[in-house]
Ligand binder design. Structure first.
Ligand code: RIB
Length: 332
């Protein structure tokens, strides 16, 4: 016997949309109504009392799965998601995974049982089986900043590769002559794209060497460690491009400790555009991501999917911008 999920799948909408249609408990556009009616007829679906009960479980709640809420990049994203969700009458549950797949899967299982209406994943650990399971239960999900760009979801992220090239070009234009790179964890598409942008920009220089790149984990301490290692390996580097602001701030701290004048002797550029970059000494040059716009756009896309609009899933890459500040100002 056909279930409510079979109807949702055939109609190409979520279970919560079927529930709104069955219970007349919210807006369903006419095209979607037609699709649902056709699916019910084709499947000869009889909504049972249980199904109605289940169907009535629209919770107007979405989950935002983040890897590190203590990083202002993600808390700024969360701000945007919550602002937009609340204008549509949705509440947001924030889940912090520390980039641990097990924690993420646990959140997914718990929230599925609480009839969450949809998920936004800013995640590196989301697996194909996770997304298949959500699709099978017709629970809409979208990906933010990272995540699988599979055919079942939309992704909103920045133009990371172009942003990295923008950073290197700025450092070259400011007169720096040997640029190192502290990259983020390579399981993150954002870190991979920024590393690629750096390498594409410097590979042709005589001073280029793979030893000018050092790994970090997107946290400040790893930026400190990487900067120390790079300066030990290449005492003559005069600029560091870090794959995010927290690692760049770590590099700033190391340069200060070594008595090196940031800007004048060694330029430092980060990536994200979090507010902390405005209070460092000197202020940090960075490639600013459109963090609020990213969060706002992905939330609107998810809510459209939840409410039954047939959304064509695609990857949205938003422009980034150079915030040139004192950390890359080199008095000539
Ligand atoms: O600072 C955290 C980093 O992880 C950001 O650059 C963001 O793009 C995410 O990928």
């Amino acid at each position: 016997m056909a279930t409510i999920r079979d109807v949702a799948k055939l109609a190409g909408v979520s279970v919560s949309t079927i529930s709104r249609y069955l219970n007349k408990s919210g807006y369903v556009n006419s095209e979607t109504e037609q699709n649902i009616k056709a699916a019910i007829d084709k499947l000869k679906y009889e909504p049972s009392v249980v199904a109605r009960g289940l169907a009535g479980k629209q919770t107007n709640t979405i989950a935002l799965i983040l890897p590190d809420i203590s990083n202002l990049f993600f808390s700024d994203l969360a701000r945007a998601v919550e602002d937009v969700a609340s204008t549509y009458g949705y509440t947001v549950i924030f889940c912090n995974t520390d980039d641990q797949g097990g924690k993420e899967r646990n959140y997914i299982e718990v929230l599925k049982k609480k009839y969450i209406d949809g998920f936004i994943f800013a995640s590196n650990t989301l697996t194909h089986e996770d997304t298949e399971a959500l699709h099978k239960r017709s629970i809409p999900y979208v990906c933010l900043d990272r995540g699988p760009s599979d055919e079942l979801s939309s992704v909103v992220r920045s133009k990371n590769l172009e942003g990295a090239k923008m950073a290197v070009l700025h450092l070259l234009e400011m007169g720096y002559t040997k640029i190192a790179h502290i990259h983020g964890p390579q399981h993150s598409i954002t870190a991979k794209d920024r590393l690629a942008g750096y390498e594409e920009s410097v590979r042709g220089f005589a001073w280029y060497s793979p030893t000018l790149m050092e790994a970090g984990d997107f946290r400040m301490a790893s930026g400190m460690k990487a900067a120390e290692e790079l300066l030990r390996r290449h005492p003559d580097i005069d600029a560091i491009f870090a794959g995010n602001d927290l690692m760049a701030i770590g590099a700033l701290k190391v340069l200060h400790r070594m008595g090196i004048k940031v800007g004048e002797q060694v330029g430092v550029c980060g990536f994200d555009g979090i507010q902390t970059t405005e209070i460092t000494e000197p202020e940090l040059t960075t490639i600013a991501q459109p963090i609020y716009d990213m969060g706002a756009l992905i939330t609107r896309i998810l809510i459209k999917k939840i409410e039954g609009s047939l959304v064509e899933d695609q990857i949205y890459e938003l422009d980034v911008s150079l915030m040139a500040r004192a950390s890359t100002y080199r008095r000539r």
